[in-house]
Design a protein around this ligand. Structure first.
Ligand code: B4P
Length: 187
């Protein structure tokens, strides 16, 4: 299966995606994890991404698309994949469609939107305390989400691929909703 997750920062995309990818036996790719790891290793990608990450800004589209293109070409994506945090902008979604055409022409099966109130997000991120989880940075990430990423839900809805899930509740409850969404599109 080919799946993408859309949701505001702290919605639980990372938390749920690891579990879902394992259950489905597909590759999991978090662009956020790859960027943070690159920063820690001090690679050229990491140096390029660092300032954006700290300020809660999106890393430029061409950088992220290049990163995903490299991973899609790898053999471990043949059985399917779950992209967590990608695409995040309309140009990224269009670039992904193009990449999929180049890699065998198989479209996505499912886009999941995690729905959650801002207050709950602030609460979760405050507890996590990552370097980009400071209140001011989170507000900026939420603003960017509303402006640039949330419109992707309509993009996938028009293509009949979107399922929305309530992301509030215990991890198990959220996973059960996610699994229902997957089952609804499984061949
Ligand atoms: P991401 O790494 O994607 O991070 P996120 O949106 O903060 O997190 P997520 O929704 O995965 O939350 P999580 O499960 O961890 O992005 C970080 C940055 O990377 C971006 O700001 C941007 O700069 C850059 N970036 C990434 N992708 C990009 C792209 N495509 N284009 C450009 N830039 C890009 O959960 C958060 C917390 O909530 C955790 O502590 C977790 O334990 C807790 N939690 C989860 N589920 C819960 C539940 N049900 N109940 C209670 N707590 C829960």
């Amino acid at each position: 299966m080919r799946i993408v997750f859309i949701g505001p920062p702290g919605a639980g995309k990372g938390t749920q995606s690891l579990r879902l990818a394992e259950k489905l036996g597909i590759k999991h790719l978090s662009t956020g994890d790859v960027l943070r790891e690159a920063r820690e290793l001090g690679t050229p990608l990491g140096l390029q991404a660092s300032g954006y990450l700290d300020q809660g800004q999106l890393v430029p589209d061409d950088v992220v698309v290049q990163l995903v293109a490299e991973r899609l070409g790898g053999g471990d994506c043949q059985r399917g994949y779950l992209f967590d945090g990608f695409p995040r902008t309309l140009p990224q979604a269009e670039a992904l469609d193009k990449l999929l055409q180049e890699h065998g022409g198989q479209p996505l099966d499912l886009a999941v939107e995690f729905v959650i109130a801002e207050e709950e997000l602030m609460n979760r991120l405050w507890k996590r305390g990552r370097s980009d989880d400071k209140e001011e940075t989170v507000r900026e990430r939420l603003r960017i989400y509303a402006d640039l990423t949330k419109p992707l839900a309509a993009y996938y809805e028009q293509r009949g691929m979107l399922r929305r899930i309530d992301a509030v509740g215990a991890l198990e409850e959220v996973f059960a909703r996610l699994w229902d969404a997957v089952e609804s599109v499984r061949p």
